[in-house]
Each structure stands twice: as C-alpha cells, then as structure tokens.
Design a protein around this ligand. Sequence first.
Ligand SMILES: *[C@@H]1O[C@H](CO)[C@@H](O)[C@H](O)[C@H]1NC(C)=O
Ligand SMILES: *[C@@H]1O[C@H](CO)[C@@H](O)[C@H](O)[C@H]1NC(C)=O
Ligand SMILES: *[C@@H]1O[C@H](CO)[C@@H](O)[C@H](O)[C@H]1NC(C)=O
Ligand SMILES: *[C@@H]1O[C@H](CO)[C@@H](O)[C@H](O)[C@H]1NC(C)=O
Ligand SMILES: *[C@@H]1O[C@H](CO)[C@@H](O)[C@H](O)[C@H]1NC(C)=O
Length: 327
Amino acid sequence: MRYLQCLLLWVFPRVWGQSEDQLKNFPFRCLQISSFPNSSCSRTDGLAWLGDVQTHRWSNASTISFLKPWSKGKLSDQQWENLQLVFQVYRTSFTRDVQELVKMLPIIHYPIEMQLSAGCEVHSGNASENFFNVAFQGKHILSFQGTSFQKAPDAPPWTEVAIKVLNNDQGTRETIQQLLNHTCPQLVLGLLEAGKAELEKQEKPVAWLSRGVSPSHGHSQLVCHVYGFYPKPVWVMWMQDEQEQNSTQRGDILPNADGTWYLQATLVVETGNEAGLACWVKHSSLEGKDIILYWGGRYSTLGLILGVLAALVVFVPCFVFLYRKRW
Ligand SMILES: *[C@@H]1O[C@H](CO)[C@@H](O)[C@H](O)[C@H]1NC(C)=O
Ligand SMILES: *[C@@H]1O[C@H](CO)[C@@H](O)[C@H](O)[C@H]1NC(C)=O
Ligand SMILES: *[C@@H]1O[C@H](CO)[C@@H](O)[C@H](O)[C@H]1NC(C)=O
Ligand SMILES: *[C@@H]1O[C@H](CO)[C@@H](O)[C@H](O)[C@H]1NC(C)=O
Ligand SMILES: *[C@@H]1O[C@H](CO)[C@@H](O)[C@H](O)[C@H]1NC(C)=O
C-alpha cells in the first residue's frame, strides 16, 4: 500500500508537470485589424495562432479560412457553421457600432485603426485563462474582464461612454463569455490533439560564422548565424573558454518561409583578439549535443591535419579523453 502511494506520488507530478509544460507554450491568440479610412469605407481582417503557428485567417470575408489540415481541431462542422454565423453577425455589428460611436462623439475623427487581441490558454486540469483587449489608434483602451468591459488605465475619458454602451448590451457580453470561457478552451484542446505531430516537431538548427561590417577602426564584428530551428526557444552565445561573452547581441528571431526560425548573434571584439572565441547553440532538437563553432584557425584544415598527426603519434589516449569530455 505504502509502496503504491510512493509510486503515485512519483508518477503524478511528472505526468501533470509534463502536460502543463506542453500546454504552456500554446496560447491561442486571435488578432482583428479593422481600418476605417472614412465614414463610408471599412475593412476587417483577422489572424489566429496557436503558439507561433498560424492556424486561421479571414481577410475582410465572412468565412474563416483554415490554414492547417488540423485547423478544425475537434469541433464538428455544425459547430464551425455556428461560429461562422456568430462572426458574420459580430463583424457587421462591430463596423456599425464604431461608425455610430464616431457620429456620437465629435472628438473622434477618421481615419480610424482598431486592433483586437483575444484568446485563451489552457493549463493542466483544464483550467484556462483568457484575454480580450482593444486598441484604438494604436493605444490600449479597454479589456473584457470576467463578465464586462473595463477601461484601460491610460485610456482617454471618452472611453467611459463607449464602455457604458457596450456593457448595456447583455447579449454581446454573454456571447463573449461563452466564446472565451467555453468555446476557446475546447477549440485549443482539440487543436493540440489534432495538430500534435506538427506542434511538437523538432527541427535542428544549422549554424555558420561570418565577419560583419566593421563597427569602428580596429574592431571586428563576428556574426553567428543559426538557421532552420523549431520550436522557437533557442540559446545562442559567444563564448571564450566556456565564459559567456555578455556583450553578445542577439537579433530578433525571424521566421523562415517553411515555418522554422532564424537568429543572428553578433559580438564586437578588438581585431586580433578573435582567437578562442566560439559560438554556442543550445536547442531542444539537439538533445544536449550543443553546436560549438570556433572562430578562425582552430578547426582550419592545417590545424586539423597537425592535430590528427599529433594525436596519431603521441596523444591518442589523451585526445580521446578530452574529446569525450567536451561532448
Ligand atoms: C473613403 O476611403 C476610400 C479608401 O481610401 C476611398 O477609396 C474613398 O474614395 C473614400 N470615400 C470618401 C467619400 O472620401
Ligand atoms: C469589406 O467587407 C465589407 C462587407 O462585405 C464591404 O462592405 C467592404 O466594402 C469591404 N471593404 C473593402 C476595403 O473591400
Ligand atoms: C479536459 O477536457 C477534455 C475535453 O473537454 C476532456 O476530454 C478531459 O477529460 C478533461 N480533463 C480533465 C482533467 O478534466
Ligand atoms: C466566465 O468566466 C468568468 C470568470 O473569468 C465568470 O465570472 C463568468 O461568470 C463566466 N461566464 C460564463 C458564461 O461562463
Ligand atoms: C557576465 O554576466 C554574468 C551574469 O550576469 C556574470 O556572472 C559574469 O561575471 C559576467 N561576465 C563578464 C565577463 O562580464
């Protein structure tokens, strides 16, 4: 009995911890972009991502496009049809409401840009968090929290009027709660299951070094290129004798067309001081076998030949020992 308890205590945190870790990287985010150049013209486009994978799109059209074979998740065709209907009604009333608001409030002028960001994240045990934020002319003005709309801290005073109108609309508030509390987590669980193979794929990075544009006289810029990895989290650092070079500059992680990622890490050093510098790359796909690229001569052909000769002649046991230790 006690043995079983111990076993359960050992197994459960592992299973739960693992599923929590897996879910954590996959928030579902929808972005709506609405442009109103003047009172008679408007368009609304949307995008949705699960983690960093784009799953859905709608470009000023009433139908949602599925970008992945698994984008329907586990929702039935009937459920998708209902969602499409909700979106059609929503898009029409959103456009009309914004145009009405502009007529009501002389302080607001065209052109108007609005962005909505909404979605949810499912945690272990099916607990979920959700968010619904609205930006007007690039500034966050309101959020949906719990059961109603709330003003953002730095929103202009007229936002109060808009929030009052929105909160009087009981039907819309109920629809939003239904979508955020129930539909979104259900969709996410289905997407995680249906898209498992793609979401959990691992692509190994390829790395190479180059010399960048010299930033000033007497200095060199060393560039480490890390290409084609997936998923996105990656660790890249210039090192000298296992010491992290804190002046390593990481660029943004940029998307490749095939859904993998690309990153550059640069280091500026005094010209002539490059010896012993190496670019280290750690990534989940490498399973602990970090990529280590030395700058210049260390792995040059001549150095390699001399090294191999030396190893053959004198240092075979020592070389094997060091090589093992390094990897
Ligand atoms: C409104 O904006 C659209 C797009 O910029 C333009 O084509 C149209 O002529 C404008 N209409 C009026 C009445 O200004
Ligand atoms: C976007 O769609 C709406 C509704 O179908 C239409 O009235 C509007 O003209 C479209 N906007 C543009 C810029 O095509
Ligand atoms: C979470 O929800 C899914 C789908 O609704 C269900 O199959 C599963 O049993 C639930 N898990 C827990 C721990 O409640
Ligand atoms: C949705 O969740 C909020 C808490 O985040 C709760 O206050 C509200 O009653 C829920 N609404 C529905 C319809 O489930
Ligand atoms: C780099 O940063 C780490 C942690 O912040 C620190 O421990 C280390 O001393 C720094 N190294 C250099 C060379 O500045």
